[in-house]
Design a protein around this ligand. Structure first.
Ligand SMILES: O=C(O)c1ccccc1NCC(=O)[C@H](O)[C@H](O)COP(=O)(O)O
Length: 384
């Protein structure tokens, strides 16, 4: 695990956010993400002794960094510039200690709900770092019981049932639908899902928008539930991955609409080191193409819900699989159809499109008995 400690600090120091306070390349490089206190210190000391080139050298030797990205860095491009060049519309503010009002004066209001979630997440992650420094969280992750095989559980459930494997979501509320279930007991819901054939569970941990928590994740893990657990978070920083692992997560969500390629590559590397699976979520063709060009991807989620507009359209899964199904199959990647699935026709539609698994929240969690709702969703009981 120590091996991961060296490159991240360099990496984080090298992909700054844009801000008026950090326009010049060298200063910009020091305006690192909230997570980067240690990185900042290290980068400062390196720069102070005129060692900028040694940072570059380390980056250049790192096989996950390609020449284009490195060139962008050298030209002083900020993380927002790099993200925009990859078609990412979500911006970062990168200043968790500055009041939102000031940030909005400079950047304008968040352009959509996803951007708003990410701006809040930047503050939350900085607070997390302050409460539990990265080093502690890495140690805790190292002491957690080994991660369960999320990918393997999906593959074998798909084989067993001849139907998409179910990732059942423990979801109390959402920005698009408000509160889905008043009487919400995450452990009872998780146990009911498992008993009724869910292959894996997804636990929302975002508090502000989904009324989830890391406490829910840890409680489900400790309750005796055996299904592998996905930590459903808006990951922008490695701290969150280590923290999720320390709380019992076996898999983590990485959203291509938010994360530049280099972040995805780097976070995949951390997941591998921790024995975790990464579910990489795409929504459109550009994101799918980017993710298919990244090596080591095992699981792609196609979200039928636009996280910017909330519009749900299951034909999104079909459209992307019609275009890229061959490449996906050649690479042995499993596809998860996500969001807006309510009945056996919906499941059959995405199965025919080529998914091996589905991620379902609302249509299960809203029923009086979320466990029994699984047979209703699939039109038959699922085998364990
Ligand atoms: O669910 C939302 O409203 C939402 C809004 C903004 C960002 C993410 C959002 N949902 C995350 C998900 O992807 C879903 O929880 C998951 O796919 C299950 O969807 P559903 O079965 O439609 O509850």
């Amino acid at each position: 695990m120590e091996s991961l400690l060296a490159s991240p600090s360099v990496y984080r120091a090298s992909f700054p956010c844009a801000s008026s306070a950090s326009r010049s390349p060298s200063r910009a490089r020091l305006a690192v993400t909230p997570a980067g206190a240690g990185a900042r210190a290290r980068a400062r000391s390196l720069l102070r002794c005129g060692a900028k080139d040694s940072i570059l050298e380390e980056l250049a030797q790192d096989d996950m960094v390609n020449a284009v990205e490195l060139a962008q860095w050298e030209n002083g491009k900020s993380i927002n510039d790099i993200a925009a060049s990859q078609g990412i519309r979500i911006r970062r503010h990168c200043r968790p200690n500055v009041p939102l009002k000031e940030i909005e004066e400079e950047l304008g209001a968040p352009r959509n709900i996803l951007e708003k979630i990410i701006w809040d997440k930047e503050v939350e992650v900085a607070e997390g770092h302050a409460k539990k420094p990265l080093k502690e969280v890495i140690e805790a992750a190292g002491q957690a019981p080994p991660a369960r095989d999320f990918y393997g559980a999906l593959a074998s459930a798909f084989k067993r049932n001849g139907m998409p494997a179910l990732i059942a979501e423990v979801k109390k509320a959402s920005p698009s639908r408000g509160v889905l279930r008043e009487n919400f007991n995450p452990v009872e819901i998780a146990q009911a899902y498992e008993k009724n054939g869910a292959a894996c569970l997804s636990i929302l941990t975002d508090e502000k928008y989904f009324q989830g928590s890391f406490e829910n994740l840890a409680k489900v893990r400790k309750s005796g539930v055996k299904c592998p657990l996905l930590c459903k978070e808006f990951v922008i920083d490695k701290w969150q991955i280590y923290y999720a692992r320390s709380q019992g997560a076996d898999a983590i969500l990485l959203i291509a609409a938010v994360l530049p390629d280099l972040d995805i590559k780097y976070f995949l590397r951390i997941c591998k080191e921790l024995g975790m699976t990464a579910l990489i979520e795409v929504h459109d063709e550009r994101e799918m193409e980017r993710v298919l060009n990244i090596s080591g991807v095992q699981l792609i989620g196609i979200n039928n819900r636009s996280l910017e507009t909330f519009v749900v359209d299951t034909s999104n899964t079909k459209m992307l699989l019609d275009m890229h199904g061959d490449t996906i199959r050649e690479k042995g990647i499993l596809v998860v159809g996500e969001s807006g699935l309510f009945n056996p026709d919906d499941v059959a539609y995405v199965q025919n499109a080529g998914v091996s698994a589905v991620l379902v929240g609302e249509s299960l969690v809203k029923q009086d008995d979320p466990g029994r709702a699984i047979a209703g969703l699939f039109g038959k009981e699922l085998l364990h």
